[in-house]
Ligand binder design. Structure first.
Ligand code: PEP
Length: 250
């Protein structure tokens, strides 16, 4: 049995005061520990505040990015060591916004994945095709390649610690949701890719989240799909009632 995981990607929203407020409301409102894992990913500057509020709660903390090196002359970057110190458990890597605006390559993302595992941090590895890929029927090739490259040189014992988030780029922040059929087919495909690369036992353990305009009104349908093990939620994670409704649906 895979425990489903709902993660809120706050992106570049919410200062420390707003973080304390939302994290505090989630702490009180989360009534399903054990049944669903809940994770929030505030901006770096709010991680310390969120860690204090969520201490001794079942809600885990994720960072939205990391640098593959522990330290060095990398102005503006954040070391995985700092994230461990803050109490992070997960780190989002390969988000389409980082691939697009910061030109992050599969290889760079793979370096981050390896660093995180070495530090006992769990990667949430985002993959997903752009609209033109889907229109040209290249979506399986693109997503398969992102998965294989993202987990290059990973031992099978480490693979089950990685969460894959399938996020079709055309569905992120657009209000367009992939159909249930498109989502379940792609999740099944990703599991097959992991099975071919590792083995069926590992593939059965890896959790695959869907991300892309998940809201309270579509959460139950998406999260009820057989190959969906949770959601990575952007916009709807910024409102307590919406995020908790998605957790409840899960
Ligand atoms: C995301 O950015 O990971 C995301 C899924 O955003 P939204 O839910 O707003 O589409």
């Amino acid at each position: 049995m895979r425990t489903p995981i709902i993660a809120g990607n706050w992106k570049m929203h919410l200062n420390r005061c707003q973080t304390a407020q939302l994290a505090g409301e989630l702490k009180v409102g989360h009534k399903w520990p054990g049944q669903v894992e809940v994770v929030i990913a505030p901006p770096f500057t709010s991680l310390g505040t969120a860690a204090e509020v969520l201490q001794d709660t079942p809600i885990s903390l994720a960072a939205q990015n990391v640098h593959p090196k522990d330290q060095g002359a990398f102005t503006g970057e954040i070391s995985p060591v700092f994230l461990v110190e803050l109490g992070c458990e997960y780190v989002i890597v390969g988000h389409s916004e980082r691939r697009e605006y910061f030109l992050e390559s599969d290889d760079f993302i793979n370096q981050k994945v390896k660093t995180l595992l070495a530090k006992n941090l769990k990667p949430i590895l985002c993959v997903g095709e752009r609209l033109e890929h889907r229109e040209q029927n290249q979506h399986y090739d693109i997503v398969g390649e992102q998965v294989i490259n993202g987990v290059a040189q990973i031992e099978s014992t480490e693979m089950e610690k990685i969460v894959i988030a399938y996020e079709p780029v055309w569905a992120i922040g657009t209000g367009k949701v992939a159909t249930s059929e498109q989502i379940d087919e792609m999740h099944l495909f990703i599991r097959k890719v992991i099975e071919r690369r590792f083995n069926s036992d590992i593939a059965a353990k890896v959790r695959i989240q869907y991300g892309g305009s998940v809201k309270p009104d579509n959460a139950a349908e998406i999260l009820g799909l057989p190959n969906v093990d949770g959601a990575l939620v952007g916009g709807a994670s910024l409102k307590t009632s919406d995020f908790l409704a998605i957790v409840k649906a899960c």
